[in-house]
Design a protein around this ligand. Sequence first.
Ligand code: FMN
Length: 192
Amino acid sequence: MKATKEDIFKIRKPQPRYSVIKEIEERFSPRHFSSQPIPEKDISSIFEAARWTPSGWNFQPWYFYWAKKGEQSFEKIVSCLGEYNRYAEKAPILVVACFIEKVKGRKAYFRHDLGAAVMSLTLQAQHLGYYTRQMGEFDEKKLIKLLNIEKAHNPFVIIALGKLGDYAVIDQSLLKRELDPRPRKEDFAKKI
Ligand SMILES: Cc1cc2nc3c(=O)[nH]c(=O)nc-3n(C[C@H](O)[C@H](O)[C@H](O)COP(=O)(O)O)c2cc1C
């Protein structure tokens, strides 16, 4: 089986019913990344976008550990991913997104806030031509130990970040997964 980038786009790129910003129209979560390195200035912009995310009580309850392909810490992150998520080892950058459980007797927003920060990062990355895929399935205990993650930081998702891979060169089983349709429910907002 063969597929071009255009075939993948036909299936995976959003087909919005109404006008949306370019980054949303282009975003999808690929499993096929190019290993092309990301320039430092782009990495800085991507994390800067997360920094300006709104958060409950302005607690900013997030922390990101990240590593570049080729580094020991990158391999450590990869070793915590299940077989199912090992496609991520091709990406030039892996990010471990952690929440900080700040509550202090108030309503707890930390998971919500981390999600918002990850989305800010994702949209900034998309704006710069990079794709992301979040992975919630990993060995958390092993990751905490291997990366020496601080006690207050709770790893929640690992994010693969990079340019889209070349679909002319892709493992067949991965291609099959990449050709999965990307349905969206239609009924999710009601005028009351
Ligand atoms: C919290 C979270 C956890 C996820 N975990 C995984 C995962 O472990 N493995 C994987 O391949 N994709 C994972 N995904 C990616 C989703 O499957 C993907 O975002 C969803 O199918 C919608 O596709 P789209 O992002 O292309 O719109 C996760 C996404 C989120 C937000």
